[in-house]
Design a binder for this molecule. Structure first.
Ligand SMILES: [Zn+2]
Ligand SMILES: [Zn+2]
Length: 118
């Protein structure tokens, strides 16, 4: 069905070529008796467009998981709380685009978290 969408010359039910609406208010398919008002017919193209914006939402969901701070590359940065080396490096995109990216360091020993704005 979707392959016929967007082309007003084809029946969305059977794919048959539809006659162009001349004087009448409805378009009738000669093959499957599908009929649609000309006004709805024109509106179909608009309603079929769905806007997705899943990137921001999915990244927030992952970061809400408890152990996500300890997943990432461990670097030899010294923790300022327990003074041991070994912190997980990960970045987080702030919700507002102009805030830029923030780098987080999480201590693998005491889970102390530091952040650094890039
Ligand atoms: Zn048809
Ligand atoms: Zn620490």
């Amino acid at each position: 069905m979707s392959s016929f969408r967007g082309d007003p010359n084809f029946c969305p039910e059977c794919g048959n070529v539809l006659p162009l609406p001349a004087m009448q208010d409805t378009v009738n398919c000669p093959r499957c008796s599908f009929s649609i008002p000309v006004i709805d017919f024109a509106g179909q193209k608009i309603t079929s467009t769905v806007v997705f914006n899943p990137i921001e939402q999915s990244s927030i969901t992952i970061e809400d998981e408890e152990d996500s701070e300890l997943k990432g590359a461990v670097i030899d940065r010294r923790c300022s709380r327990c003074n041991k080396e070994g912190m997980v490096y990960h970045t987080r995109q702030m919700r507002s685009a102009d805030e830029g990216q923030t780098v987080f360091f999480t201590c693998i020993h005491c889970r102390y978290q530091e952040k650094e704005d890039s």
